[in-house]
Design a protein around this ligand. Structure first.
Ligand code: TRP
Length: 533
């Protein structure tokens, strides 16, 4: 039952799907995924990222869409009303608040990176001929260190976003997504093929797909989780808000699976386009950080036939993908303010976009050797701090509470009615949101907080945890069997248990070695670089 109705709706199922894919596919897939995979050491990071996308992200995506659709309000309003309807505490609206605030922080830096894309779009028109690793790196450094360009492009990017949101999401969005998203996909395919021919493809396959768990630190595991949420647009209210524009005829589950598949396909393709170039050129490093895409691809565009055309198209389309995501980041807070009746949609968009622009200036000037680049808070620069806070803390926490809410605090029969899936599919989903998602997120978190101590503890009770998990899975499978005599419940055991084993293996592997390494460094009196462990 919808708690309240009466605001805008998508014009069709197709529009909704494109808008949601437009929100999901963006800089997270093409800019963030490759550089974090590069820093995370490749294979193992990619593997757990994909596991997180499908086993945690997708169930949470289904949860968020259905909460938004049921609430028909902004994330704050939807959480408040649904909690009320279910007889739960009004504190649950904090999940909505965390989303609205988190999305505001994310758009403040997202727009800066969107600005870089805009800058590169113009550069690409002039071509990148003769670019090698040194020239390209130098070019990127001088762009982000420029006193004016990052600010100007950030302003333009934010202005476009505000403009579209002010007019109402549906109107602004429909055309952009129907033609331009497929075009981006085609360009990516061309880039992958080119990189495959001209670059080092076999090293790339090796890097991205052979898991090397030694490189995985607690920090990287939580980063993979945050990235899975980030690239699916989860836990900050974007998807919940888009869900609120849905009417009840839409199959939420099928939509969620389509979104996740498209999203991870784009991320992997981006990796397949970028890393062959990284491994083919002297002087490019897989772990170089946020500049990776901007340093690597121009080299390819400088050498390939029709490079000016492809380069311009690529950065132009990436810009569109970034804008369709940015819209969904601004939308939750605008929807909230509009809903309170304090401001019109237009004024809310301008005010909030303006605020995010100001906050984003800190990010713009924290890069390269700009004047804020030396500022450190809690050991982070001003971009890294916002990224860490949202990606590694706010999103996992909000994601966990979303899963707990639908899994434990909304009546099972409300969810069953809301989702209208087959009983079998529902049972799998329900198990994932009740147990797998919260527990996995909690583990990842404890690992981040306590580092090696927690992982060593986990290692020593490894077998025990495995047994408990297995027992839980068996018990729920058995219960399902008793309830309707179908063996479907056993399927859960098959699905969840390997994941648990994988997770515990990933979480514990290499910890001992890292501890030994740290001891060795200590013994030599070398400084402790925490990231290395
Ligand atoms: N998913 C988008 C990307 O990959 C970014 C994004 C849009 C987002 N809305 C979000 C990230 C909500 C987190 C939460 O570029």
């Amino acid at each position: 039952m919808a708690v309240s109705t009466g605001h805008a709706h998508w014009s069709s199922r197709w529009t909704f799907l494109l808008a949601a894919v437009g929100s999901a596919v963006g800089l997270g897939n093409i800019w963030k995924f490759p550089y974090e995979a590069g820093q995370g050491g490749g294979g193992a990071f990619v593997l757990i990222y994909l596991a997180f996308v499908f086993l945690i992200g997708t169930p949470v995506l289904i949860a968020e869409l259905s909460l938004g659709r049921r609430g028909q309000l902004s994330p704050v309003g939807s959480m408040r009303e649904i909690a009320k309807a279910e007889g739960r505490s009004s504190w649950w609206q904090l999940v909505g608040w965390s989303g609205v605030i988190g999305a505001f922080i994310v758009i403040s830096f997202y727009s800066v990176i969107g600005g870089w894309t805009l800058g590169y779009f113009f550069q690409a028109m002039g071509g990148f001929s003769g670019y090698d690793a040194a020239i390209s790196g130098e070019n990127f450094q001088s762009f982000i260190s420029d006193p004016l360009l990052p600010l100007l492009t950030h302003a333009v990017f934010m202005a476009i976003t505000v403009f579209i949101v002010a007019r109402g999401v549906q109107k602004g969005l429909e055309k952009a997504v129907t033609t331009l998203m497929p075009a981006l996909f085609v360009i990516l395919v061309i880039l992958v093929i080119y990189a495959g021919v001209a670059g080092n493809f076999s090293a790339t396959i090796d890097f991205l797909f052979s898991p090397n768990f030694e490189n995985l630190t607690p920090r990287r595991v939580v980063e993979a989780l945050g990235l899975a949420f980030f690239s699916l647009s989860l836990a900050l209210g974007s998807i919940m808000t888009y869900g609120s524009y849905l009417d009840r005829s839409i199959n939420v589950t099928r939509s969620a699976i389509t979104i996740s598949a498209a999203d991870s396909a784009v991320a992997l393709m981006s990796g397949l386009a970028i890393f062959p170039i990284v491994f083919a050129f002297e002087g490019l490093a897989a772990n170089q950080g946020p500049g990776l895409v901007f340093v690597t691809l121009p080299i390819a565009f400088g050498q390939m036939p029709l490079g000016v055309v492809f380069g311009t198209l690529f950065f132009g389309l990436l810009l569109v993908a970034a804008i369709t995501s940015a819209i969904s980041l601004l939308e939750p807070s605008v929807a909230y303010v509009e809903e309170t009746g304090a401001l019109s949609r237009r004024n809310a968009a301008i005010l909030i976009g303006g605020g995010a622009f100001l906050l984003g200036i800190l990010t713009a000037y924290s890069q390269g050797d700009s004047f804020l680049s030396d500022v450190r808070l809690f050991g982070f620069d001003l971009f890294g701090l916002k990224d860490y806070l949202t990606n590694n803390i706010m999103m996992p926490v909000a994601g966990m509470f979303t899963a707990l809410f639908v899994g434990w605090f909304v009546a099972r029969k409300s969810m069953l009615a809301e989702l209208a899936m087959s009983v079998r599919a529902f049972r799998i989903w329900y198990f994932l949101v009740r147990f797998a998602a919260p527990v996995a997120i909690l583990f990842v978190f404890l690992g981040l907080l306590f580092g090696d101590d927690f992982y060593n503890l986990l290692y020593s009770v490894d077998v025990l945890i495995g047994i408990v998990w297995f027992a839980l899975a068996i018990a729920s499978g058995r219960l399902a069997y008793i309830r309707d005599r179908s063996p479907a419940g056993w399927f859960l055991v098959g699905l969840v248990f390997p994941f648990a084993v994988l997770f515990v293996a990933v979480a514990t592997h290499g910890t001992i070695e890292r501890a030994q390494l740290r001891e060795a460094h200590k013994a030599l009196g070398e400084p402790e670089d925490r990231d290395e462990y």
